[in-house]
Ligand binder design. Structure first.
Ligand code: ZN
Ligand code: ZN
Length: 365
């Protein structure tokens, strides 16, 4: 059997190792994907640091990937019922096995909280097979939802990558309306995609507070009206800056995408009375934070919402937007850095240090 190279995190805090994995036997309705590009995001940094619960180490990271269908066993179809053919370029929803049968799926209609769902590269480990994108080939299990890329450029799509469905879901759930001033806290991949989607959804002005400077420049290039460096300003300066930008009221909508618990409180502070706050940056447990519920929440008459994960609808619409050259043009302004499989540790270090805007693993290089 052919050997496939894969980058593996053996256990928390351990360096990534490149290992040889045997090519799997394909089940009915499954496929082998030759990975062209996979992503390195903040979640992968936390996986390596052992900060996520329920992760079955050793694992191959890489949840959002693009590639070419190398082998298909049986029939695999898209949502329109059209069968996929070997050789086609696809991406796939990293969330698998959402059951559509449990209380969360059927009653609460909150499929992203389905207890049966598994995520490639995060809650599927090496014991489940080639289930991460940092590998020459990835095993697409039966019922994995693939989307044909057609004319969609791989790099363009990966410039959005896993941030694309997350940001789309966040902007939608935040209820951004025509003419809103939207404040985005955080200028990582999710924050930057939130800037683009907020404008697409009709925001009049988008403000961004983040770091480092090269990411704020990116936010401005993407259309942010103003951006402030969180590292070189104190809390009072930031609050004053937001008021200055919003005629003394605060933002209509604030979307938090930082990873820092304190930013959740700041998001409430920077939002106008009766405004909306959307939290999408707390995917890892970084501890507690305190706030004044009278002054910062109740009296302000705020709507505060969390946003966990994304489903096929977010992913599907993200790909459709990327297929439109004009609508997806903003993402082509983001700088991408490519790494080989053997350079995965360097990629993780660069992402952790905020040195790069978007890091990609190119397993065939
Ligand atoms: Zn990710
Ligand atoms: Zn379910």
């Amino acid at each position: 059997m052919a050997k496939i190279l894969a980058a593996v995190i053996p256990e928390p805090h351990a360096s990534v190792e490149v290992r040889e994995v045997s090519e799997p036997e394909l089940e009915q309705g499954s496929a082998l994907l030759e990975v062209e590009l996979s992503e390195v995001c903040g979640t992968d940094v936390y996986l390596q640091q052992g900060r996520l619960a329920g992760v079955p180490y050793p694992l191959i990271p890489g949840h959002v990937s693009v590639g070419r269908l190398d082998k298909i066993r049986g029939r695999m179809s898209d949502v329109a019922g059209r069968p996929f053919a070997e050789g086609e370029r696809v991406t796939f929803l990293d969330v698998h096995r959402t059951c559509n049968a449990c209380w969360h799926c059927l009653v609460a209609k909150a499929t992203t909280r389905c207890p049966h769902r598994k995520v490639y590269g995060i809650t599927y480990g090496l014991a489940d097979g080639l289930t991460g994108g940092w590998a020459q080939k990835l095993y697409l299990k039966p019922d994995t939802r693939c989307i044909r890329l057609g004319e969609v450029d791989s790099e363009r799509f990966m410039a959005g990558g896993c941030a694309l469905p997350t940001a789309l879901h966040a902007v939608e759930r935040a209820g951004v309306e025509l003419g809103d001033t939207v404040l985005v806290l955080g200028s990582g991949p999710v924050g930057l995609s939130v800037v683009i989607f907020a404008l697409m959804r009709g925001a009049l002005r988008v403000l961004c507070i983040g770091a480092p400077e090269h990411r704020l420049e990116a936010a401005r290039k993407l259309g942010a009206a103003a951006a402030l460096n969180v590292e070189t300003s104190d809390e009072e300066t930031r609050a004053g800056w937001v008021l200055e930008q919003t005629e003394g009221r605060g933002a209509d909508v604030t979307i938090e995408a930082t990873g820092a618990p304190v930013a959740v409180v700041q998001a409430m502070r920077y939002t106008r009375d009766a405004g909306r706050v959307l939290i999408v940056g707390q995917y890892t447990d970084h501890g507690e934070v305190s706030f004044n519920p009278h002054l910062e929440l109740n009296k302000k008459h705020l709507t505060v919402r969390g946003c966990w994960g994304s489903d096929f609808s977010h992913f599907y619409r993200g790909v459709q937007i990327m297929a439109d050259p004009a609508r997806s043009a903003a993402w082509s302004l983001l700088k991408l850095d490519r790494y080989r499989l053997g350079e995965a540790n360097e990629a993780l270090a660069d992402v952790a240090a905020g040195k790069v805007t978007k890091a990609l693993i190119a397993p065939q290089a």
